[in-house]
Structure formats: structure tokens, C-alpha cells
Ligand binder design. Sequence first.
Ligand code: SAH
Length: 342
Amino acid sequence: MKLKSMTLEEMDALFKELRQPAFRAKQVYTWLHKGVRSYEEMTNLPKDLRAVLEEKYPIYAPVAVRRQESRLDGTRKYLWQLEDGNCVETVLMRYHYGNSVCISSEVGCRMGCAFCASTLGGLVRKLEPHEMLDQVLFTQLDSGLPISHIVLMGIGEPLDNMENVLRFLELVNSKEGMNISLRHISLSTCGLVPKIDELAQKKLQLTLSVSLHAPNDEIRNTIMPVNKAYPVETLLEACRRYYQATSRRISFEYAMINGVNDAPEHAKELLRRLKGLPAHFNLIPLNHVEESPLKPSTKAAVARFQKILEDGGVTATVRRTLGGDIDASCGQLRRKHTKENQ
Ligand code: SAH
């Protein structure tokens, strides 16, 4: 395991093995979580220890191979090159409450959603914990903007990489590290039911977002293959269990697709199925992906849908689309880059 993926306790144990005083582990952990690019920068470490660590645990820092900044709203997008040459995207969004990063959890994705650019080339590999941490760290360093919020909504399915994601959460939340509160973190899933149940048992204070995108199996089956394994009712039952275990309201994502899932009867059907489950809806006008025939709903259809949900007692916000001029929706930049380099 890479040093940067280790918890402070694991590093303590390692430094004990290396016959180093206990405080060294904390020093190294703190430096790594500040985003140093080499042991040279760890100036309070003896030279010989730096050499030993360099030999055994070389540090890699991701390289920004592309940076884009939206002229519309200051959204920034990074394409980071990882140690093995693969690239992932991170998006920095500026809100009144702080700066939020949307990070990737995998290189590619194997979920196959019909509207999503991230899945077009399939799954290449899962990200290591430190590769998720690095996206937050180096986006903060490169932009000079302090990051207070994180959404796991970039490339990949976080619950398909659960162990590494949980470890990443522990790292980014640690007080010797970035110290970002779990209450400021959202994790989005396409609906892997057994993993939702597993996550519920951890009782974390993060926000679980579920990509619902359809009121019934008939529609959901056509746009999300995962629905064949975990149909809508099964998924909603898992959401109820999640709420019971954590008391955390579920946030549902709903990409509005013209003529597919945006009719008034679809909103009414959602209300019938949710009955009593505390929920919030994020209505996201579909971001058009070149390779897909699906188109975004009209503004009027989105407004009508929102009103029906709100009248039925379910809060619904229309997600402001940020970074529309820089391919900011997940997977689009990586895909362009891969194509150009083929
Ligand atoms: N795999 C996770 C997280 C990554 S996607 C998940 O499925 O939730 C983050 C959100 O963006 C999901 O709700 C996903 O369905 C949505 N999304 C993907 N492509 C989109 C597009 N072209 N337009 C709008 N939303 C999209």
C-alpha cells in the first residue's frame, strides 16, 4: 500500500517497525496531507530518514494535464494524470457556502448508464484511497481555493469501490489531514443495494445520493442496466432501511430526459412510491453526451415536474448547471483526451 493511503495508526505501526520515534509518523502524515511532492520538502525530517523513505515509499503527485475554467461561473475542471498514466477528472465548483470538489472514484465505470459519458469505455480500474485524496489536495493547491465540500459524483461508481472509498473518507476527515467534515460530503450511487445496506451499518454522517432517474422499472431498465439487478422497489426499500439506520435524509438525483422520464404522470408515480420516505430531489437537466441520442427536457417540463413533487410534499431543486462551456459533466473531458491521444 502507498504511504499516502495509510491511516495515521497504520503509519505509526510502520514507523515503529522502522525503529523511528513515534512523532515521525505524524510529521510524515501531516506533510503528505499538505500535498508535498517529494521528501525534500519534509524539512523537519533527518536527511537519512528521507532517503530511506524515498527508496521504499516514493511519493507520486498527480500532474494536471488539462485545466479548464468556465467563463460563465468560475467552475474549474482538472484532468489529472495518475502514476500509471491513466487520467481522471475533478471539478471545482464555487458556491456561496464554500468551494466544492466533485471527484472521481474509478478510471471509467462498468455500470453502463445510457446517458453517461464515463461508462462508454467501460471500467479500467478502481482508484486507490490516496488517488481520491490527491484530487482534493491538488485541486486545492493548484487553484489556491480552500475546499470545504466534496461530492463523490465524478467518474466511477463509488460503491463498486467501497473499501477504498471508506478509507479515503477516513483520510480526508482526519484532523491531522484535511479535516473535512463528513457532513460536507455526498456520495452518489446508481443503486447497488447490498452496498447501500453495508454503508448504512457504518452510520456515517455523509449524505447519500441515489441516482434514481425514473419512477418505474419499465423506464429505468431502458437507461440503467443496474436496475435489472436491483429494481426500483428493491432500491427504495434499501433507502428506507438506510434512513432508519442513519436518520439521514436521502437525496435523489433525477436527470431530466426529454420524452423519457419527464411527464407529469412520472412525477405523480414517484410521489406514490416514495410515500413517507424523507427525500430531497435534485432535478438535473440532462447534459447532452455526443454519443447518445438522449436530449435534455425543456425548461417548462422541468418546472412542471418540480411543482408536482413540491405540491406532493417532496422538496425538489433544479440543479443549476455549472461549467456548461467546459464539458463539465462527468467523463466528457477524459473521453475527449483519450480519443485525441489514440
Ligand atoms: N456512479 C455514481 C456517481 C457518478 S455520476 C452514480 O451513478 O450516482 C453522478 C451523477 O451524474 C449521477 O446521478 C449520474 O446518473 C449523473 N449523470 C451522468 N451522466 C449525466 C448526464 N449526461 N446528464 C446528467 N446527469 C448525468
